[in-house]
Design a protein around this ligand. Structure first.
Ligand code: SAM
Length: 96
């Protein structure tokens, strides 16, 4: 497989995540033997106080957004991949 030229790389990445979005979490857990969850907990330990900030995250399927929201913050999840955002919306309750 040849990698796309620089100009097409962004679309290539977007399309790739659109395609894998429905299976992204499963693939992530399989490929990392479940360590990906430990990484997220280390990056945002439960109970981290974030009330005064409104973090903006490249959200993917939303695991991080859920962890940050559980600490009282109101994160904004952004992602270039519509497929990943669809998965995030499907998995996470809408925030007010
Ligand atoms: C490896 S996934 C990580 C997703 C999520 N943060 C997680 O922890 O599971 C990377 C995500 O970044 C998104 N992404 C890549 N480049 C981006 C960009 N320039 N702007 C916004 N999102 C981007 C991809 O669509 C993908 O959903």
């Amino acid at each position: 497989m040849t990698l796309p030229a620089a100009a097409e790389k962004r679309q290539f990445v977007e399309r790739m995540f659109d395609v894998i979005a429905p299976r992204y979490d499963l693939l992530n857990q399989l490929m990392t033997f479940g360590i990906d969850r430990r990484w997220r907990r280390a990056a945002w330990p439960p109970g981290t106080v974030a009330r005064r900030t409104r973090p903006r995250l490249g959200c993917g399927t939303g695991d991080f957004v859920a962890a940050v929201a559980a600490c009282g913050a109101r994160p904004i999840g952004v992602d270039r991949s519509a497929g990943m955002l669809r998965e995030a919306r499907r998995r996470l309750p809408p925030t007010r």
